[in-house]
Design a binder for this molecule. Structure first.
Ligand SMILES: *Cc1c(COP(=O)(O)O)cnc(C)c1O
Length: 372
């Protein structure tokens, strides 16, 4: 393969990031940019930071601010966990999937005192259990939870859980990686202190950095607490504030430009609410079509997000994910393997530059290539 005159993508990515992006998002990366120049810092980075806060809350920049952080989403989560929990603090982690479990791995690696509310991947956290854990462990200072657990596509009741934490003065951290920009929320109304997401999910940019929308007061308390130099959340924020958009270390300039274009396209689409409606339409078209050809989602409809859908793999001995994957790829669609531990599944993303008609085409292809 050569990159000269590269043709359009031969397939759609029905994956939860990287995902299919628009032509203009890709075109924004066709120039080289200096990190040091005002055109970049003042007009691109600051514009992005401002737009992220506006998207996250109507309360605005007095109460909330944003930080961009190099690396994939996990780097953003690690930066928040490692910077916000003080040495004498304790973190309650709610885990009902791979991304909740990843927060546990981070806490272990960074030696952050923590407690885990571990539950099956097909269950949402029980509010009275969260309440009990908080009441029985008054040394808990921070709580972290995933909004849309991309493992299954389950949507956790984050607003209710955070409210229980806040009633007890506990700082709230939400991994909204795969929901921010695609599901309406307001960080101030939901009392979220730190929200983490990344460039390559519902905003529909390309991978390369994560971002954090933080309550200003809580962010200031992170000063001097980071367990890492490069993932120091306060350090990164403070450099961006002082340098008016300057990153501490080399920034992913091309990705940042692509992200601004993605934010403009989100606005053009009509904002988060409109994008949410499109994702809901994608997911409904997908599930209705799949049910028609006797493929069942793993979760009941009531627990579902419109972001990604896990389907139970066919039980026939002829089925293999890799053969299925290859057949779909030949026909223009790339899907995702399952991540659930107890049931054999495959996943189909509903996000990105993808529309209900694409989902209908996908179902037709599945019906046609079915070999089991
Ligand atoms: C994508 C994602 C992440 C980040 O994963 P990376 O592999 O670092 O991009 C974290 N949490 C959730 C819920 C995600 O969907």
């Amino acid at each position: 393969m050569t990159y000269h005159n590269l043709p359009d993508n031969p397939y759609l990515l029905l994956t939860p990031g990287p995902l299919s992006t628009s032509k203009a998002v890709k075109a924004a990366m066709l120039r080289d940019w200096c990190t040091w120049d005002d055109d970049y810092n003042l007009h691109v980075v600051q514009e992005i930071r401002h737009r992220l806060v506006q998207m996250a809350t109507t309360s605005g920049p007095d109460r909330y601010t944003s930080v961009l952080m190099q690396g994939s989403g996990t780097f953003g989560v690690e930066s928040v966990l490692g910077s916000s929990v003080p040495p004498d603090g304790k973190l309650l982690i709610i885990a009902n999937g791979a991304y909740g479990t990843r927060m546990v791995q981070i806490a272990k690696a960074l030696h952050i005192p923590h407690l885990v509310y571990d539950l099956p991947e097909t269950n949402i956290p029980n509010e009275s259990e969260v309440e009990r854990l908080l009441d029985e462990n008054p040394d808990i200072t921070h709580l972290s939870v995933v909004h849309c657990e991309t493992t299954t596509g389950i949507l956790n009741p984050v607003k209710e859980i955070v409210a229980l934490a806040k009633e007890r003065g506990v700082v709230s951290i939400v991994d909204a990686m795969s929901s921010f920009g695609g599901i309406p929320l307001d960080v101030d109304e939901w009392q979220i202190d730190f929200l983490i997401s990344s460039a390559n999910k519902c905003v529909q940019g390309v991978p390369g950095f994560s971002f954090i929308v933080a309550n200003r007061e809580r962010l200031l308390q992170c000063e001097g607490q980071a367990r890492s130099l490069s993932l120091d959340l306060f350090g990164q924020w403070s450099a961006m504030e002082k340098g008016k958009g300057k990153w501490r270390f080399t920034s992913p300039t091309h990705v940042v430009h692509a992200f601004l274009q993605a934010l403009l396209e989100l606005e053009e689409e009509g904002g988060v609410e409109k994008r949410f409606q499109r994702y809901v339409a994608n997911q409904r078209a997908l599930v209705a079509g799949m049910r028609r050809i006797c493929m069942e989602p793993l979760l009941p409809d009531s627990l579902h997000s419109p972001i990604i859908t896990a389907f139970v793999s066919p039980s026939s001995g002829n089925y293999s994910f890799i053969d299925f994957y290859n057949k779909l790829k030949e026909n223009g669609f790339v899907i995702y393997p399952g991540k659930v531990t107890e049931v054999d599944t495959f996943r189909i993303g509903n996000i990105g530059e993808v529309y209900p008609a694409d989902m209908e085409r996908l179902v037709e292809v599945i019906e046609r290539v079915r070999f089991w």
